[in-house]
Design a protein around this ligand. Sequence first.
Ligand code: UT7
Length: 319
Amino acid sequence: MTNSSNIYSRIAGTGSYLPEKLLTNADLEHMVDTTDEWIFTRTGIRERHLIADDQVTSDLALHAARNAIESANVALTDIDLIIVATTTPDKIFPSTAVILQNKLGISGCPAFDIQAVCSGFVYALATADNFIKSGAAKCALVIGAEAFSRIVDWTDRGNCILWGDGAGAVILQASQEQGVISTHLHADGNYEKMLHVPRKTTGQDTVVMEGNAVFKIAVNTLDAIVDETLTANGLQKSDIDWLVPHQANIRILQATAKKLDMNMDHVVVTVDKHGNTSAASIPLALDVAVRDGRIQRGDMILMEAFGGGFTWGSALIKY
Ligand code: UT7
């Protein structure tokens, strides 16, 4: 959706959090029949962080939220909307967003979760953007947080090597200046069974994925969403300063960069250190590149994601 109002939502601050425990490819060599070389060559991943036994998703979200609130320099009482994108909520209900709200020590503002798996952050950002553009919110806390390791089958070598845990957050504020320029969301439930946790039908409560088939569809779909986003805004590939993609597999990131004629130096890559953290991966990558000084105010950022559902989407942002 492109912006026809004169109110924009703008990223006022970013934050992130990774749990302490590291799981390296060498550790995985002791768990399944794999090698560091296979994992790194096929995915670009070296290591990932795992949530501690006594932590839940809202704990990861809380750390990331506090970082973002501090960097945006807003008061807790300014927050009038909380959206958490997650596939691994603390509980079936209430939402992780409500639990987070309480942990932050605030109450009253709307708080809810969004479930769009790896596309969750883009979905959450688009939702918050629309709240702000319509005047329904002025200062939104938007988070992607996952304890994905809790739904991974640690005996499935074609799958368990991919995932990691973490959280990333942004404060999105109403502004006269351009921020979120457009968002583009899609879903197609025909692909439900290619990437899912089939619990309710079969009792299995871990991820089942046709990895190679998902990979190929992801590359083609992300190609299309790049075209859709550029065309909707009358932009050229060269207008994009930074690609901040969902971190699924380095080979998918490289394919999207190629589509954009973009040097990998302009792609924010964290998959090597974070693995695939599902809904958390984009805000985690954004925070890394903002804090290390690569992304500067005024830069044009393209975010894109693809995940279970299938769901996919993009956001074009002037930082
Ligand atoms: O984030 C949301 C969306 N998810 C994705 O985008 C994930 C997309 N998929 C992928 O990233 C990749 O498909 C994987 C990393 C999951 C798998 O890589 P691949 O290159 O597609 O491998 P494959 O599944 O086609 O397997 C190739 C070979 C097979 O052996 P044979 O049949 O050729 O003898 C697998 O059994 O590699 C074998 N293999 C492994 N070998 C060593 C699969 N996993 C492993 C492993 N270590 N961990």
